[in-house]
Design a binder for this molecule. Structure first.
Ligand SMILES: [Zn+2]
Length: 315
């Protein structure tokens, strides 16, 4: 019988666990709260339970599984199967999640950081199919990525390659979550869009963005919404976002010389608003030979990328 893949997308707020066939079709998936505040032991118990629950819902059993793939926030060491200390998983300190779960479940367990897993998922099942040199970028609250070189994930010396969000765009730029200044993420993430909007509002910009943020918390969605309604300041922010994306992507073309770059994450859902200005910037800034062979596309797997990427670790 063909074995089923199980993918676990471990996040700071939710755990998504899905059963996937070898072609990347999701058979069944469930989502539960992570309850990260309860610490690693409880979270791992919840992962284990979610695997049994999704199997039960699908009428399958653990012996039907080829294994369980886990996409987790970093930093982690994929080779050793250890989650080191992700900022959004409090209390985790070098947790050997692969050993613990493979012992509990009795199947093969694989671990990769979530952005790398997503890159593998897009490479096997989505926008990177058949592309040997491929980069996946996720732009949401942060910016992450994964790099496929000659058909294989490039993970670096200790699983920290392709920290695309933390290459410096301008060393005099805004403070980044990593402690450095002016990273790509500090300019072009969804969080950055919201921060630029907030700064504008504080400086007295005439904009409807604040009115759209009904609870007072400005998010990137409000900026895109205002821009669609013709708000000039919001349009300027969207233009800036497209420009920063173009700058970062031009650098990525220079680093890795990919044939295709796929952009996923929440901000990529505004693709039509960003595409022209982003491509115009790439045309101006990227190295010509690199840009000529590279297409920039929207990622295909959407919200399922976490589960599909984690499942793809088993292939
Ligand atoms: Zn950074």
């Amino acid at each position: 019988m063909v074995k089923i893949l199980c993918g676990v997308d471990l996040g700071g707020t939710k755990i998504s666990t899905g059963l996937v066939d070898e072609k990347g079709n999701i058979i069944k998936s469930i989502k539960i709260p992570t309850m990260a505040e309860k610490g690693p032991e409880e979270v791992i118990k919840r992962i284990e339970q979610s695997v049994y629950d999704v199997l039960k819902e699908a009428g399958l059993k653990i012996s039907d599984l080829k294994g369980v793939g886990i996409g987790s926030p970093g930093p982690l060491d994929a080779k050793r199967g250890v989650v080191i200390s992700p900022p959004n998983l409090p209390g985790w300190d070098n947790v050997p999640i692969v050993d613990i779960l493979s012992h509990k479940l009795g199947v093969e367990v694989k671990l990769e950081n979530d952005a790398n897993a997503a890159a593998i998922g897009e490479h096997l099942f989505g926008a990177g199919r058949g592309i040997d040199n491929f980069v996946y970028i996720t732009v949401s609250t942060g910016i992450g990525g994964g790099v496929i070189i000659q058909g294989k994930l490039y993970s670096g010396e200790n699983s920290n390659a392709a920290e695309i969000g933390h290459h410096t765009i301008n060393f005099n730029g805004p403070l980044c979550n990593c402690g450095n200044y002016g990273c790509f993420e500090a300019f072009a993430s969804g969080t950055a869009i919201a921060r630029f909007a907030q700064e504008g509002i504080q400086n007295g910009k005439d904009t409807m963005i604040r009115d759209l943020a009904k609870d007072g918390v400005v998010k990137s969605e409000h900026v895109f919404e205002a821009a669609k309604l013709g708000d000039e300041f919001a349009e300027e922010l969207v233009d800036n976002e497209a420009f920063y994306l173009g700058v970062g992507i031009s650098n990525i073309m220079a680093f890795y010389n990919p044939k295709r770059i796929a952009i996923g994450g929440g901000v990529s859902t505004q693709w039509e608003m960003l595409y022209d200005k982003m491509m115009e910037t790439i045309k101006k800034k990227a190295l010509k030979p690199n840009a000529e062979v590279c297409e920039v596309v929207k990622a295909e797997l959407g919200e399922n990328v976490g589960v599909l990427g984690a499942a793809a670790l088993l292939l």
